[in-house]
Design a protein around this ligand. Structure first.
Ligand SMILES: Cc1cc2nc3c(=O)[nH]c(=O)nc-3n(C[C@H](O)[C@H](O)[C@H](O)COP(=O)(O)OP(=O)(O)OC[C@H]3O[C@@H](n4cnc5c(N)ncnc54)[C@H](O)[C@@H]3O)c2cc1C
Length: 501
């Protein structure tokens, strides 16, 4: 079979893949590329999730790209995000580069040819197609879009009602007048609970442990004011982005330095919607530090307005087992429901569950060490865009867009066909640790999958620090001739010396 060749293959047409394509087109216009996407449309996360009220939980001034102004309210619906992405695709003619319905089934590196061979299956008819590429830009996200995470609950098959994970929600489902039990308390639960209440369901939210919520109106006063005085949208986007990032940075620092004060402030915001006498114990007092997991945004305090009005019953308990009628909690209460919606998170999918090999040998990602959460020892010509969790994911798409384009240009300048990262002499004996630090950030899907993820070292170069404010200084200044980069198997500084001799 003849392989189709591209300089760069981008995996995934989600918000990362589309942003990366934009940067490649603008910064390396001589590179040809394709985006391979298993779905039949763009959007990734924003196509997969169809539950009522699906929306961003960070603002679109920062979740939007730096190059395309966001002109709506800060928190956007899934449909609004797709419209925004659609405009980016249309304005930049990205569509002609996307191969939809194309599932990557394997990816193999050949050191002899300095090429990736990417085998794909067309979803429509099962046809196999092979691509080769000099460089792989992995924008496949981090979770399995088809199989969500459902805990191994006892008796689930005994339940006679309708059980569904939020990720697989069918928008045609009617909840009006139904008893709906929502399991979970994160951003998804905080979105569906008010939406189900609005639709006239009798809602119970069963949570194992409480979550922090940030309640605010869905508007940005600075953006509104700048628009009112006639400032153009590009400037509004740039200024409001800067304002939000500054505020978030302050908030992150304060969450670490004075978590109790922050919690009191979060409570004040809740009271503005739920009333002065709203009770935070036991259902709304978390056991971890604010921001150790994503702080769930609650536009206009909708969840708390419903909680205060008695439209939703909150139960904090663990599940003993499912019954025919619902769920039996560990403390012996049976919660009966017509519909049970699991908001229990994701199943981690490392590199899109694509089997990788290097020169014929299976690649175990856990055997690799990550370089700033984007490149991996022993894996040439590949970058993974893994965004931020405390800041908008997309901020890293823009940062790494610049990095990859600089790297590609640098390789061309050197005439190099291959780039690797490798530990430096000063890294010898460095302790190798799991991908994330559990006391820094510990979402369940990452903790459950640590043995599949690359490892980290104890030095800043060898970890994904999840700190946008630090990376926006550090990443643009990376020395591509640094000792950690090997071009065609040789350290950049030694290549330069040799060339001079
Ligand atoms: C409901 C929800 C709300 C969120 N809200 C926010 C938010 O407000 N702010 C924020 O920062 N983050 C948010 N996140 C996190 C969010 O996932 C990311 O911010 C972002 O959308 C991820 O984009 P991505 O393009 O990297 O990955 P994805 O959106 O996961 O897209 C990856 C794409 O790659 C494709 N793909 C995967 N494997 C293969 C393969 N083998 N072959 C071909 N194609 C493949 C997938 O089909 C998919 O289209 C949210 C997540 C969810 C689930």
């Amino acid at each position: 079979m003849t392989a189709e060749h591209f300089d760069v293959l981008i995996v995934g047409a989600g918000i990362s893949g589309i942003g990366s394509a934009y940067h490649l087109q603008h910064q390396c216009p001589d590179k040809n590329y394709a985006i391979l996407e298993v779905k039949d449309t763009f959007g990734g996360t924003w196509v997969t999730h169809k539950y009522p009220g699906v929306r961003s939980d960070s603002d679109l001034y920062t979740f939007g790209y730096r190059f395309k102004p966001w002109v709506g309210a800060p928190i956007a619906s899934g449909a609004e995000i797709l419209k925004y992405m659609g405009e980016v695709i249309e304005e930049n003619h990205i569509d002609r580069h996307i191969r939809y319905g194309t599932r990557i089934t394997s990816s193999d590196w050949s050191s002899k040819d300095n090429l990736w061979t990417v085998t794909t299956r067309r979803e429509a008819d099962g046809t196999e197609q092979v691509f080769t590429a000099n460089f792989l830009w992995m924008c496949q996200g981090y979770y399995d879009h088809e199989r969500p995470y459902v805990p191994d609950w006892k008796g689930l098959s005994d339940y006679k009602g309708h059980f569904v994970h939020a990720q697989l929600w069918d928008p045609a489902t009617n909840v009006t007048g139904k008893r709906v039990l929502v399991i979970g308390s994160g951003a998804t639960a905080a979105t569906v609970v008010p939406a189900f209440c609005d639709a006239g369901a009798k809602v119970t939210m069963l949570q194992r442990s409480p979550t922090y919520f940030f309640c605010n109106p869905n508007q940005n006063e600075l953006a509104d004011r700048l628009r009112q005085i006639g400032i153009d949208e590009e400037t509004v986007h740039r200024v409001v982005r800067a304002q939000i990032m500054f505020d978030q940075d302050m908030m992150n620092k304060r969450c670490v330095e004075e978590p109790d004060v922050v919690f009191e402030e979060l409570k004040m915001l809740v009271r503005a919607y739920a009333g002065e006498d709203f009770q935070f114990e036991p259902h709304f007092t978390p056991h971890y530090r604010p921001w150790q997991q994503r702080l769930a945004f609650c536009p206009n305090g909708d969840l708390f307005q419903h909680a205060a009005a008695g439209n939703v019953t909150v139960v904090t308990d663990t599940i003993d087992r499912f019954t025919e009628k619902g769920v039996l909690t560990a403390s012996g209460e049976e919660l009966e429901a017509d519909i049970i919606v699991a908001c229990t998170g994701f199943r981690l999918s490392v590199m899109g569950d694509i089997p990788f090999s290097i020169d014929g040998a299976h690649l175990d990602w856990h055997e690799t060490i990550n370089y700033r959460g984007m490149m991996f020892t022993g894996v040439p010509n590949l970058v993974w865009v893994m965004g931020y969790f405390r800041a908008s994911w997309t901020l890293r798409v823009d940062l790494l867009g610049d990095f990859v384009c600089n790297l590609l240009k640098h390789m061309d300048e050197l005439g190099a066909k291959r780039v690797d990262v490798a530990l430096r002499p000063e890294d010898a004996g460095m302790e190798l640790l799991p991908w994330i630090e559990a006391d820094n950030f510990n979402p369940g899907y990452l903790m459950r999958g640590l043995d599949q993820l690359p490892r980290r070292g104890d030095k800043p170069e060898w970890r994904h620090n999840q700190d946008y404010w630090r990376e926006r200084e550090e990443i643009p200044k990376i020395n591509l001739d640094g000792v950690e980069f090997l071009y065609d198997g040789q350290r950049a500084d030694l290549r330069t010396l040799q060339a001079a001799e």
